[in-house]
Design a protein around this ligand. Structure first.
Ligand code: ATP
Length: 236
């Protein structure tokens, strides 16, 4: 890949205090504007990898550079380039939707931009919920707010941890459309998924992870042509 890497993961290790090794030497380079799907079975280490890249979980070895900034030693600069949509619905509270999203933008020191935030709510089909309290929304709507929060500061790289697990058909379709829109704007996207179909539908490259190691990273088209779906299914 000739593009400037926006993400460089070098020999990343994560050993939990329990002694369990969740990441065992992960190397990964992702170019600007790329969509990478991380595929792997339960417990493979996908969430741990994302948490470590985003500076939430402290790795026990290796390093992560985001836009050239080390997530450990230069956290603010690196983190401001990152948008993160966690797997769990970690959102609640009585604040209205718009205020929640505005606050997220402010956290990263970005100047106010109401037009951008309005556009974002529109894009997420949340415009008519701008003044609704977050804790009164449905699960699907809360998930949309989480995506809004992640995009509020206009990150260059977006992490989606199992964005379509347990969501309805409409939200899944919206998610895939959103990913395509963001890609067109040059945003890099890394998503985890259990669904080969999802990786097939939206990714440029696919990484297969198991037992804390990346087993392969390959262009999706090459992978599908060379190995076929049957082979991949066996791995998952
Ligand atoms: P899933 O698809 O089920 O979300 P995953 O690929 O995201 O799985 P992780 O959540 O990263 O996997 O977990 C990787 C391994 O690390 C699992 O075996 C898990 O039990 C273990 N693990 C996660 N968090 C901790 C922790 N805080 N302490 C000890 N072990 C942990």
């Amino acid at each position: 890949h000739s593009k400037t890497p926006i993400l460089q993961v070098e020999n990343l290790q994560k050993r939990y205090p329990s002694g369990f090794t969740a990441l065992n030497g992960v190397n990964l380079t992702v170019g600007e504007g790329e969509i990478l799907a991380l595929l792997g079975p339960n417990g493979a280490g996908k969430t741990t990898l994302i948490s470590s890249i985003c500076g939430i979980s402290r790795p026990t070895g290796g390093r992560v550079l985001v836009g050239g900034h080390d997530i450990q030693s230069d956290y603010r600069a690196a983190r401001s380039l990152i948008g993160l949509v966690p797997q769990e619905l970690t959102i609640d509270g009585w604040e209205p939707v718009m205020q929640t999203i505005r606050y997220s933008r402010g956290l990263f020191g970005r100047p106010a931009n109401e037009a951008y935030l309005r556009g974002l709510l529109d894009r997420l089909s949340l415009a008519d919920k701008a003044d609704s309290r977050v804790n009164q929304l449905s699960g699907g709507m809360k998930r949309r707010v989480l995506i809004g929060k992640a995009l509020a500061h206009e990150p260059r790289i977006l992490f989606l941890d199992e964005p379509t697990a347990g969501v309805d058909v409409e939200l899944r379709r919206d998610m895939w459309d959103l990913v395509a829109d963001l890609k067109a704007q040059g945003v890099t996207i890394i998503l985890t998924t259990h669904y080969l179909e999802e990786a097939e539908a939206i990714a440029d490259r696919v990484a297969v992870i198991d037992k804390g190691q990346i087993l392969l990273v390959e262009d999706k088209d090459v992978l599908m042509r060379q190995m076929g779906r049957k082979f991949l299914r066996v791995m998952l």
